[in-house]
Design a protein around this ligand. Structure first.
Ligand code: UD1
Length: 430
């Protein structure tokens, strides 16, 4: 298994290109199931999760052709995928694949909408607490799907096809919103989703569906009105920049007191997260190509934060912020409201000398004068990158084991940081 070695203490300086968003690329790839025509996606990040989803989609009959990286593009835009699902040859998404990545469960909506039947394994993904799918199933039932559970599989049927419905989600769910939005695109009539998640990645999928011929009102709000169509057209769409990668690198810069331009990204995608970062004493300015992040000499200020659905502070940046705050000049309070078990990074940060107390859903982080490098273990995707941030701040060497978690969601992480002066290297298992 690969490991990553970081020698802390250096200051980051330079530019980092921001990749396409994993959490938009995955549902956009799944949208290819909705049409017989070609869906072209640009700026697709090269990630383990993308590759795994492609295997699942191929199993359903999606044909994929990939253009190489466009070296001449200013932001090093990712790969271009041409996806064609002329015939869906298999409506089963098997356990061996779906259990490895939660987002693959979102094939359920498109499969039932187009094929009137689907058999999809209950999902897996990062071990960050109980992650039910009741809201997904509730939404799809409202659209007319009959749903049974059989041996760990969701078996869905809609012999007469799906129809529009009025769905009020009792809780904001990114996954359930994606699943229902994708299904509603091919349902007969109008679907109204209230209390929809407002994450920019949902907006990105909605914009792509509009290009495919679906009428959608309320994109970017919590009320989506979708006019389904009998058949959808092909489209060309560019995946929006990854806000979690943006926030993570911004915190790497803040951690090392650096000066870096994050290219190809946008402030509005980060919303509250950048306000929190500004409170730590980090300067964020817009440039013509992206965002410039600077922290010069001044101490890191502590913050009090709770994770919330967009536009609140994202759960996907909680671990990274906690790592940053281990060196703040004072005590920070970080409350996790989305997932009950998303603190696996705490014990690993403690190995580096962090002072963190956990009480239920709240972590109290007392800033310490120094962290010291140590061997640590990556436990989930975002937790592992928090160890990278801590490693950059620590004195001496930090060895991160089990980095396959990182490869699921961060494209060329060590190369991007290394180019800005970080002492970071991947040690490939022999
Ligand atoms: C969540 C995050 C998303 C993040 C992803 C990976 C939010 C709102 N969502 O998305 O930003 O990228 O994790 O870390 O921040 N729930 C139910 N029933 C369901 C579905 C969800 O009770 O059917 C609950 C979950 O347990 C959780 C909350 O609703 O407490 C939000 O879940 P959801 O947004 O669906 O999770 P993900 O799509 O995995």
């Amino acid at each position: 298994m690969d490991r990553i070695k970081i020698t802390g203490g250096g200051r980051l300086q330079g530019t980092i290109p921001i990749s396409g968003a994993k959490n938009a690329a995955l549902p956009l790839l799944i949208a290819s199931l909705l049409t017989e025509d070609r869906l072209t996606l640009k700026n697709v990040p090269n990630l383990a999760d993308v590759n795994l989803l492609v295997r699942i989609l191929r199993n359903h009959g999606v044909d994929l052709a990939v253009d190489g990286k466009r070296q001449s593009s200013p932001h090093g835009l990712g790969e271009t995928f041409h996806l064609t699902a002329r015939d869906i040859v298999d409506t089963t998404a098997p356990y061996e694949m779906v259990s490895r990545m939660r987002a693959s469960f979102w094939v359920l909506g498109p499969l039932i909408a187009r094929m009137r039947e689907a058999r999809v394994s209950l999902p897996g993904g990062c071990a960050i607490g109980t992650r039910p799918v009741d809201l997904h199933l509730q939404g799809l039932k409202a659209l007319g799907a009959e749903i049974d559970l059989d041996a760990g599989y969701v078996v869905a049927r809609a012999p007469k096809g799906l129809h529009g419905a009025h769905i009020i989600f009792p809780k904001v769910s990114v996954g359930a919103t994606h699943n229902v939005l994708l299904a509603a695109a091919l349902a007969k009539g109008e679907t109204l989703i209230e209390n929809a998640a407002r994450e920019p990645e949902i907006g990105d999928v909605a914009h792509c569906l509009v290009k495919m011929g679906v009428l959608i009102d309320g994109i970017g709000t919590s009320t989506l009105r979708i006019q389904g169509r009998d058949r959808l057209d092909g489209a060309i769409h560019t995946v929006l920049p990854d806000r979690i990668e943006t926030g993570t690198f911004a915190m790497c810069v803040a951690a090392t007191g650096g000066d870096v331009v994050l290219e190809g990204t946008r402030r509005d995608l980060l919303a509250n997260a950048l306000e929190v970062l500004a409170k730590t004493g980090t300067e964020i300015t817009d440039t013509t190509t992206g965002l410039r992040i600077v922290r010069n000499g001044a101490a890191l200020e502590p913050v009090t934060v709770e994770t919330q659905p967009f536009p609140g502070f994202p759960t996907d940046l909680q671990a990274q912020l906690m790592a940053l705050m281990t060196r703040a000049a004072g005590t920070s309070v970080i409350r996790e409201t989305i997932f009950e078990n998303r603190f696996m990074h705490v014990q690993e940060l403690a190995r580096l000398g962090a002072d963190i107390q956990l009480h239920g859903d709240t972590a109290t982080v007392k800033g310490v004068k120094a962290l010291r490098g140590a061997p640590v273990m990556a436990t989930d995707l975002r937790a592992s990158v928090s160890l990278v941030i801590a490693g950059l701040m620590a004195e001496g060497d930090t060895m991160i084991n089990r980095v396959y978690h990182l490869d699921r969601g961060f494209e060329r992480l060590e190369e991007k940081l290394g180019r800005c002066g970080a002492k970071i290297e991947r040690i490939t298992a022999g």
